[in-house]
Ligand binder design. Structure first.
Ligand code: PLP
Length: 441
């Protein structure tokens, strides 16, 4: 049972804290009182160093789509490992993955890097280089990685977040320069009228609007059509670019969520699934904008960009082996699985009388421990009691062999069977019942 002070995971964490600040290299693996240390993953399941097995409904925060140790990806990577992992020369695998992604999603050009953070940072710099403007706009609560400007108002809270129709830019990290706040306009998700007004007010010096159409920290609400049309229409009107962050949503369909929603962004940022389980990021888009990376008329590019491990051979062959398996039938199956899970959890909430709700799309879902309508970050943000409830539910699921995120976001993989989905739903039902009965005891 978790937590167990005599477990190998607990002991590893003790050692880890002596050499890693807070014992980890990424806050997202932290679970209180200690992270679970994984020994291996196979398909839909992971096994920890104490021999406990969990159905992986987190999938490395949505990066794993085929399941762990997929045989085709493993074979491609193993073959490439014998030929070398990273070179100061270009590779055919890079060209092949670029061709596949451009063909599927309608990008003119794509450039690879090593993470979603780097992709978003590079896209913002590309928009600046293209427009000659410096400011950006982003949605309150929207997560786009660790680049300073897109971190603004990531975890804004009541007291400092200001007017809901003109949110105050709140620093995320201590020491955020005031200039970063001044260069970032914060938009309220799904509020078309307020967004139009903010974009028009700041439009003359906006380089880009950065947008995710299923933002996990904003609660994964469905995007209002009027809001999407406003972002795209007013951005165009004021001469700003739209950067669609599809680092997560690219798992929703062969052309990402842009194709499903009929959106035509200037730039798109990618990451997670396109690396087949290896570190990756990419910026893609219209040729005219992507030309900021190319030397024009023999001059230096407007945006020079290197990257020692960008498009390294291992990531490229893994990404290709993964993306080639994601045909239309695979995306359809992920969507059907997601509907089953969201519907199943809704039924559990109804049966238990728990006033929770589920949002999400395709293979992604988010559980909310309340029934107020979720349209934006302020609706979705957990108060301390809700955050504590979700942490307890996470532990209930852990002890029933399911690994979710601590804040209730879940993600399915193609390796999951119907039996696995049943296991996930049984764990939610039993875990919720246990939590509810301990609350009334
Ligand atoms: C929408 C979105 N953009 C960007 C990122 C950053 O990606 P990475 O963690 O690869 O830097 C994430 C990571 O979760 C994300 O969810």
């Amino acid at each position: 049972m978790y937590p167990d002070p005599s477990s190998r995971s607990a002991a590893l964490y003790e050692r880890a804290r002596r050499v890693l600040p807070d014992g980890v290299s990424r806050g997202t693996v932290r679970v209180d009182p200690y992270p679970v240390y994984v020994a291996s993953g196979q398909g839909a399941w992971v096994t920890d160093v104490d021999g406990n097995r969990y159905l992986d409904a987190n999938n490395n925060y949505t990066a794993i789509v085929l399941g762990h140790a997929d045989p085709v990806v493993t074979e491609a990577v193993t073959r490439q490992l014998g030929r070398g992992s990273a070179f100061s020369l270009a590779t055919e695998a890079e060209v092949r993955l670029a061709e596949l992604l451009c063909e599927r999603a309608g990008f003119d050009r794509i450039r690879f890097c090593n993470s979603g953070t780097e992709a978003v940072m590079t896209a913002v710099k590309a928009a600046r280089a293209f427009t000659g403007r410096t400011r950006i706009a982003k949605v309150e609560g929207g997560y786009h990685g660790a680049y300073d400007h897109v971190e603004v108002s990531l975890d804004a809270a009541g007291g400092t977040w200001g007017d809901p129709t003109a949110p105050t830019g709140v620093p995320y990290a201590a020491g955020t320069p005031a200039s970063v706040l001044a260069e970032t306009v914060v938009l309220p998700y799904n509020d078309a009228e307020a967004t139009a007004s903010l974009l028009r007010t700041h439009g003359h010096d906006l380089a880009a609007v950065v947008l995710d159409t299923l933002p996990s920290r904003v609660g994964m609400p469905e995007p209002d059509r009027a809001f999407l049309d406003t972002v795209f229409g007013v951005a165009r009107e004021v001469g700003a670019l739209v950067i669609l962050d599809e680092v997560i949503t690219f798992r929703l369909g062969p052309g990402g969520n842009a194709a499903r929603l009929g959106l035509q962004p200037d730039l798109t940022t990618l990451g997670k699934i396109i690396g087949g389980g290896f570190p990756v990021g990419a910026v893609a888009g219209r040729a005219e904008v992507m030309d900021v990376f190319s030397p024009l008329d023999g001059a230096r590019p407007r945006l020079p960009a290197g990257g020692t491990f960008s498009a390294n051979s291992i990531t490229m062959v893994a990404g290709l082996a993964c993306m080639e398996q994601l045909d239309t039938a695979a995306f359809d199956r992920l969507a059907t699985m997601g509907e089953r899970v969201r519907g199943g959890v809704r039924a559990i909430f109804a049966e238990t009388g728990f006033p929770g709700q589920v949002t999400g799309d395709g293979s992604l879902f988010r559980l909310h421990p309340h029934d107020r309508p979720v349209r934006n970050y302020r609706d979705a943000r957990h108060d301390p009691a809700e955050a504590a409830f979700m942490a307890r539910l996470h532990r209930q699921l852990l002890n029933r062999g399911v690994y979710l995120t601590t804040y209730g976001m879940g993600c399915l993989s193609l390796a999951m069977t119907d039996v696995d989905l049943g296991h996930l739903l049984d764990a939610v039902a039993d875990g919720l019942r246990a939590e509810l009965s301990s609350a009334t005891a």
